[in-house]
Write a protein that binds this ligand. Structure first.
Ligand code: ATP
Ligand code: MG
Length: 249
């Protein structure tokens, strides 16, 4: 069953055609990589899906419903959750506090001046659960700003999970990471998809990761869809080799 559908989606910025006539379908439970050279339109695609701006033309359907004019916050309520190319967490707060705030917001209790002990316990339970799922529980009391870049991004994924995503959009989740951090994040993305069934789109430049974990791969180039397929199909696609792999090699 398809969860996300883009039908001839285009987006212009003034004279610049950032995306043209993109049609794609992401199935429920799929782990989809979006790849392409710098400026190909990958982040723009995420901005459109998450409602940061509407397409210039074309339709976007989530769960069969059009979402082109739905606000980002309303889309979060519907389960479309994203992380950004640049890390966004509270650097002066601990890991626990970052996730506590996220859990409170997600549970709709963040502005309550007073909370019952039962509610606090429920929030704590949720935070513990989130920390376990992403594997950061051992660093609960560490100040986020003092964590490694890789761990900060793990916290960020935890924050995204607090929203119970139906569709998770990860924009370059391994950017700037060392080998071990990259492996850890890659394993986390895969685990969330396989064990929790979270439909995921991720932008990634490292082809080894893409070919290693993605069910299907969408290749963008210069705002157009160059190819789509599984790792084998993409690796053997002549247009992809010429436009992308050739350039990276
Ligand atoms: N808000 C905007 N206003 C104007 N131009 C934009 C805007 N967002 C993106 N663009 C332009 O659209 C094109 C696609 O940008 P986009 O950020 O989607 O590329 P990308 O594939 O994510 O690249 P990268 O790999 O460098 O992150 C670029 O030419 C970019 O300059
Ligand atoms: Mg980008």
């Amino acid at each position: 069953m398809s969860l996300l559908q883009l039908q001839s989606v285009s987006r212009r910025f003034g004279a610049l055609q950032a995306l043209s006539e993109i049609s794609l379908t992401v199935d429920q439970g799929e782990l989809r990589a979006v790849i392409g050279p710098n400026g190909a339109g990958k982040t723009t695609l995420f901005n459109l899906i998450s409602g940061f701006f509407p397409p210039s033309s074309g339709d976007i359907l989530f769960d069969g419903e059009p979402i082109m004019r739905v606000s980002p916050s309303a889309l979060v309520q519907q389960g479309i959750i994203r992380t950004f190319q640049i890390t966004e967490i509270f650097l002066s707060l601990s890991v626990y506090e970052n996730l506590r705030i996220a859990a409170e917001v997600a549970m709709g209790v963040s502005s309550r001046p007073w909370m019952s002990r039962a509610l606090r316990a429920r929030i704590d339970e949720r935070v513990q659960e989130l920390m376990q799922v992403v594997g950061i529980a051992a660093k609960a009391d560490r100040i986020a700003g003092e964590l490694s870049h890789g761990d900060q991004r793990v916290v960020e994924v935890g924050i995204a999970l607090s929203r119970k995503p139906k569709l998770l959009l990860l924009d370059e989740p391994t950017a700037g990471m060392g080998d071990e951090e990259t492996q850890n994040m890659t394993a986390l993305i895969r685990r969330l998809n396989k064990e929790q069934g979270i439909t995921t789109l991720f932008v990634e430049h490292d082809m080894e990761i893409v070919f290693g974990i993605a069910d299907r791969i969408t290749v963008l180039d210069n705002g157009t869809m160059l190819a789509e397929g599984n790792a084998h199909e993409i690796a053997n696609n002549a247009a992809v080799q010429a436009a992308y792999l050739g350039q990276a090699a």
